[in-house]
Design a binder for this molecule. Structure first.
Ligand code: DX5
Ligand code: ZN
Length: 215
């Protein structure tokens, strides 16, 4: 079964608590951390995660779009993250970063920009809990889904099946009511969605996604 990870990047930050409560029946909550260096945008840090932690029982799915992620893994774990995902392009030592995430008591994820080959994770597929396929270039909400990423998801599924791991596949960027069906059919476990959920009434949008998937 597919689960949703609403991204608060597109939420109204002046009413963050209410926005989070409106998507509380999604299993995950996606937290986009941007540093203005790895991506051309800046968002928020561990302080915000710590502040919202008491208002949600969801699995906090922290997506680090920052250079030298090792420096901040402990802070994001302490703030209340359950999963921490690092970009393979953001560190020379992905394996070390994964070990650090686990040592800090979190599930470890790795993520790949659209142009990054799946071969970059071939040797660590058994070590991670989650692989996040970026279906837009990271940095902003509301961009268009890159269709070639469907094939990437299918190939990743084959790699996971071969290695017999339980690794989850997550997809992030440009998912909307028109493309959700084929994306889920390609074989993903977690769907991130920012603008499609938070534009309008979040709870209704989540239900609309679920209805489309039910057929
Ligand atoms: C983009 C972020 C996404 C973003 C998705 O860099 O990683 O999580 O919030 O937003 P939508 O769903 O609007 O593409
Ligand atoms: Zn994200």
């Amino acid at each position: 079964m597919v689960n949703f990870s609403p991204s608060i990047l597109s939420a109204d930050f002046s009413r963050l608590k209410e926005e989070i409560e409106s998507v509380k029946d999604a299993k995950y909550l996606h937290l986009d951390i941007m540093d203005g260096r790895f991506v051309p945008n800046i968002t928020y840090g561990p302080m915000v995660i710590e502040a919202i932690r008491p208002y949600s029982e969801q699995i906090f799915d922290t997506h680090l779009m920052i250079v030298e992620p090792e420096k901040y893994i402990e802070d994001f774990a302490k703030a209340g993250s359950d999963i921490i995902t690092v970009h393979v392009e953001a560190t020379d030592h992905v394996h070390r970063a994964i070990q650090m995430i686990k040592a800090n008591g979190c599930k470890a994820g790795v993520t790949l920009n659209p142009a990054t080959s799946l071969s970059t994770i071939e040797n660590i597929i058994d070590d991670v809990d989650l692989i996040l396929i970026m279906s837009v270039n990271p940095g902003f909400g509301g961009q268009n889904f890159i269709p070639q990423m469907l094939d990437k998801v299918k190939k990743l599924n084959q790699m996971i099946q071969k290695s017999k791991t339980e690794t989850l596949i997550e997809i992030d960027g440009g998912i909307n009511f028109n493309n959700i069906k084929e994306i889920v059919d390609a074989g993903v476990d977690i769907v991130v969605s920012g603008s499609a959920i938070f534009k309008g009434i979040p709870q209704e949008n989540l239900n609309k996604f679920r209805k489309i998937l039910e057929g």
